[in-house]
Design a protein around this ligand. Structure first.
Ligand code: SF4
Ligand code: SF4
Length: 339
């Protein structure tokens, strides 16, 4: 019997999600026993034309990582959507926009201006900028168009499932692949990881004080002489987002003495991860004096965007700024025509 076909593709990402698939190690053999990988540009020599020649819905599942910023990425995810029965947003960038999504805090023009005209290390005497089309001696070249904003995958095409993490761990990748190939599909739109918070699987959860956590001084890891590996990091004043983050990673960062930055994203039903994280952390401040509260927050959290929206700015209610202004309401949802 013919095996189901699966595909992997990457958009705006660092490559960590591709590494995570490679990290399946010998489990990748179990995957290829059950399915044929028909497209995986980072590892195998298939071309876009191979996908174009497939029948619609011929691929059982496409796993797409990375956010969408370029016209080429947009074209590819539309193509894979047409050719696939299921699309999985693979990793934090596809799910929420990820770290590339922080670029929505500035406009496209500001980025181009910095990197091609005003950056301190720049040498660009002719003040050139990348052009989508270039012709010289009758030979033409195309470059993808760099869009105004970064979008999560479901702001471009319909997504069936989400695999969280920066990057997803081999355990949840293998479980997701086998679940989706089994035919016993979870409800559409499910996030394929724990539905409980990270704290529930963290060994330090039992070290939280019964009377609750109150914090006078937030600290970043380099500001702590010695992080106690046996006490909840939040109790030590480190901004650990475990209480508002979906579990499933096995508390990887905590085991490395680093606080959780929230890469597994929000729990079910949360509209805006960053707003939830911010409001949770603010609720821990140990003061009723407005001036002291301001001092505690300003001193301890100098970069609130990075602290709370590290992975989720494009999916937030803020959505990001365009030319110094918050994007208007009608530009915050599925938005190909708004590019
Ligand atoms: S806040 Fe962080 S360190 Fe504390 S229990 Fe939760 S995940 Fe573990
Ligand atoms: S501890 Fe937090 S940031 Fe680290 S891998 Fe897990 S969910 Fe991601």
């Amino acid at each position: 019997m013919e095996k189901p076909k699966i595909a992997f593709y990457w958009c705006a990402s660092c490559g960590g999600c591709e590494e995570a698939v490679v990290d399946l190690a010998e489990d990748i053999l179990a995957v290829t026993e059950k399915a044929d990988i028909v497209f995986w540009p980072v590892a195998m020599d298939f071309k876009r034309s191979d996908v174009e020649q497939m029948a619609d819905k011929e691929i059982r599942v496409s796993f797409i990582n990375g956010a969408v910023r370029l016209s080429e990425q947009e074209e590819m995810v539309h193509l894979l959507r047409r050719k696939s029965q299921l699309i999985v947003a693979f990793g934090a960038c596809a799910q929420m926009g990820g770290i590339p999504g922080l670029a929505n805090a500035v406009s496209r023009d500001e980025i181009i201006n910095y990197y091609y005209h005003s950056g301190p290390m720049l040498v660009n005497p002719e003040q050139t900028e990348p052009q989508p089309e270039y012709v010289e001696q009758k030979l033409g070249f195309d470059l993808p168009v760099f869009y105004e904003r970064v979008r999560a995958l479901d702001q471009v095409v319909e997504v069936d499932y989400y695999l969280p993490g920066c990057a997803p761990t081999p355990g949840i990748i293998a479980a997701a692949v086998f679940t989706l190939l089994s035919g016993e599909l979870p409800p559409k739109g499910s996030v394929l990881a724990s539905s409980k918070s990270l704290c529930e699987e963290c060994e330090l959860n039992s070290t939280k004080p019964d009377e609750g956590i109150r914090i006078k001084q937030f600290k970043r890891p380099p500001e702590v002489d010695r992080i106690d590996p046996n006490q909840c990091l939040l109790v030590q004043g480190l901004i650990c987002l475990g209480p508002v983050t979906r579990g499933g990673c096995g508390a990887l960062c905590i085991k490395g003495n680093m606080p959780c930055t929230g890469c597994f994203g929000p729990l079910d039903g949360v509209r805006d991860f960053g707003a939830t994280a911010l409001s949770f952390i603010a609720s821990l401040v140990d003061s009723n004096d407005p001036e002291e509260i301001e001092r505690i927050l300003n001193r301890g959290i100098p970069d609130p965007l990075g602290a709370f929206y590290l992975y989720s700015l494009p999916k937030s209610m803020l959505y990001g700024r365009i030319n110094g202004k918050t994007a208007p309401e009608d530009m915050r949802d599925t938005a190909i025509e708004h590019q």
